[in-house]
Design a protein around this ligand. Structure first.
Ligand SMILES: Nc1ncnc2c1ncn2[C@@H]1O[C@H](COP(=O)(O)OP(=O)(O)O)[C@@H](O)[C@H]1O
Ligand SMILES: [Mg+2]
Length: 243
């Protein structure tokens, strides 16, 4: 994977040299196509495996008692999730623009997240503050929704037992600011520099693609994502989107 320093070097090269720009463009396009093809080719047989497991379970419910059955189902689900996130990551920069009410989008996300917490009987208190002066925003609504949900899911996963999550938005002259604050486990100094890199995960069952995809999407909108965190006290993620 390319690090920021390499991406900066690559950007300088493409600005200075039109041949380099063309070759790097072709290489990137090729790389995207290969990742898409691999994800697609693995997903097809995997979907068949997943359907066969479901049919087997319906026809022979006793298999649920077999050793390793539950683990096998979970492993197949995990690979499906990984492939979906990999495809989303691969297409992170491709934006489908529309004009939409950011207030409505954020309120819908807050409501569905609150419902998902209620259905889990969790000890997490969730609150939000989405003012009505946010106005319209031009961007990729589906991808931005994915970003905000990623932050909320990470916040939920950071809390073990009781805790709070606060989701808020505000508008200044040039920016929309969206924040997700939690009272969870926090992030140590050793890992905080790596959490936005792809495949860096520090939790069981994580894919490590949520934040790297979110960063890609936010930066494709010309914005930024940052984090402030204290171990055992919690974290606050801030997204700034230019208007
Ligand atoms: N709100 C948070 N609180 C504590 N740690 C977090 C939070 N959000 C992200 N992280 C850390 O960043 C890592 C990368 O997050 P992410 O890219 O979403 O991947 P994943 O959730 O699959 O691990 C997580 O494994 C976790 O260690
Ligand atoms: Mg995540």
């Amino acid at each position: 994977m390319l690090h920021n320093i390499d991406i900066n070097k690559m950007n300088t090269l493409t600005e200075e040299n039109s041949d380099a720009k063309q070759i790097i463009g072709q290489l990137l396009e090729n790389h995207h196509r290969i990742v898409s093809t691999i994800a697609h080719e693995i997903r097809n047989p995997l979907t068949l495996v997943s359907s066969s497991l479901q049919v087997t379970e319906l026809q022979h419910p006793e298999v649920k008692e077999f050793p390793h059955w539950k683990q096998t189902i979970e492993d197949v689900e995990f690979i499906c999730q990984l492939l979906n996130e990999l495809s989303a990551f691969n297409n992170g920069e491709v934006l489908n623009y529309s004009v939409f009410s950011i207030e409505r989008l954020l309120k819908n996300i807050a409501v569905s997240f609150a419902i998902s917490l209620d259905s889990e009987v969790s000890d997490i208190e969730f609150s939000s503050s989405i003012p009505s002066n946010l106005g319209d925003y031009t961007g990729d609504k589906v991808k931005l929704e994915q970003v905000f949900l990623n932050l909320l899911y990470n916040a939920r996963e950071s809390i073990c037992g009781k805790g709070q999550i606060y989701f808020s938005a505000s508008r200044s002259e040039d920016f929309l600011v969206i924040q997700c604050e939690d009272s969870g486990c926090g992030i140590s100094d050793e890992v905080i520099d790596y959490i936005f890199e792809p495949f860096k995960t520090y939790k069981a069952g994580g894919t490590g693609l949520g934040l790297s995809l979110s960063k890609k999407i936010v930066e494709s909108h010309g914005g930024s994502i940052s984090v402030d965190s204290k171990v055992d006290q919690g974290s606050i993620f801030t997204i700034k989107l230019p208007i």
